[in-house]
Design a protein around this ligand. Structure first.
Ligand SMILES: CC(C)(COP(=O)(O)OP(=O)(O)OC[C@H]1O[C@@H](n2cnc3c(N)ncnc32)[C@H](O)[C@@H]1OP(=O)(O)O)[C@@H](O)C(=O)NCCC(=O)NCCS
Length: 156
């Protein structure tokens, strides 16, 4: 598995949407292009995940704060490639290969919704739950809680 820098935002956007991640922010009422421009805004870096010859998903570090050395990892694996172990492998490569070793980050934080498929991925990568974010996001007609997970250098 390796990562390739994203040059063509439109292709990355299509991939992200097809992995189902679009549903998490469609309620903001932004059109697709605007939402994606905001997603790929400055202070973030995004990469395709390549397995063999194929693009199987996308990873990103968002809101990179170079002073505090904090960022937020994100990822989406294409539906037909999920549950095969690629997500965990890519997530750890993103966090520790790119984030900690290359960029020098010391804190990685991820806010997930309580019904997210990412719990095990975070647990298995040494992230700890730091708290509940009450009624964080509007989904399916109601506000649901979020959870703040973090990995902190020297703490895990
Ligand atoms: C979350 C996601 C990245 C996981 O990728 P994946 O390649 O399927 O994950 P893996 O196969 O490496 O599985 C890692 C662990 O998570 C668990 N897991 C994966 N998908 C799960 C799901 N939908 N529900 C519950 N657990 C799940 C696996 O069982 C595995 O744990 P195990 O080894 O104890 O069985 C993938 O489902 C995805 O891209 N979803 C859509 C986008 C999204 O929700 N992104 C996260 C928000 S940033």
């Amino acid at each position: 598995m390796h990562f390739v820098r994203i040059q063509e935002v439109k292709l990355a956007v299509d991939l992200y949407i097809s992995a189902g991640e679009w549903t998490t922010f469609s309620h903001y009422g932004l059109n697709e292009q605007m939402a994606m421009e905001s997603l790929f805004a400055s202070n973030s870096c995004w990469r395709y995940i390549i397995e063999g010859e194929d693009v199987i998903g996308i990873v990103g570090l968002e809101r990179i704060n170079p002073l505090d050395k904090v960022a937020e990892p994100c990822m989406a694996i294409l539906p037909n490639k999920q549950r095969k172990g690629f997500g965990l492998k890519a997530f750890q490569k993103l966090c520790f290969g790119l984030g900690v070793n290359e960029i020098g980050l010391r804190r990685l934080q991820a806010t997930i919704l309580s019904d997210s498929p990412s719990h095990k991925l975070l647990d298995k990568s040494g992230f700890k739950c730091e708290g509940v974010l009450k009624k964080l996001r509007f989904k399916n007609g109601e506000f649901i809680d979020g959870l703040l997970y973090a990995w902190v250098k020297g703490e895990n």
